[in-house]
Design a protein around this ligand. Structure first.
Ligand code: ZN
Length: 59
């Protein structure tokens, strides 16, 4: 059995972490705006990042 890990969905990045929240933070920091693109993979972290960003945008 291998430990569960979350790998960055960006094709140019091999960053991985042990938690979806950490990955979402990495995406927001390292790939700001990139996950909005149409070709961004539909991953848990990607959707979480989008949802969180929208909530923050409502201010
Ligand atoms: Zn990355």
């Amino acid at each position: 059995m291998t430990p569960r890990s979350f790998v960055c969905p960006s094709p140019d990045c091999s960053h991985s972490t042990g938690g979806a929240a950490e990955l979402a933070e990495h995406v927001n920091t390292e790939h700001s705006g990139e996950f909005r693109r149409k070709d961004w993979p539909a991953t848990e972290a990607g959707r979480a990042s989008l949802a969180r960003d929208r909530v923050e945008d409502k201010e």
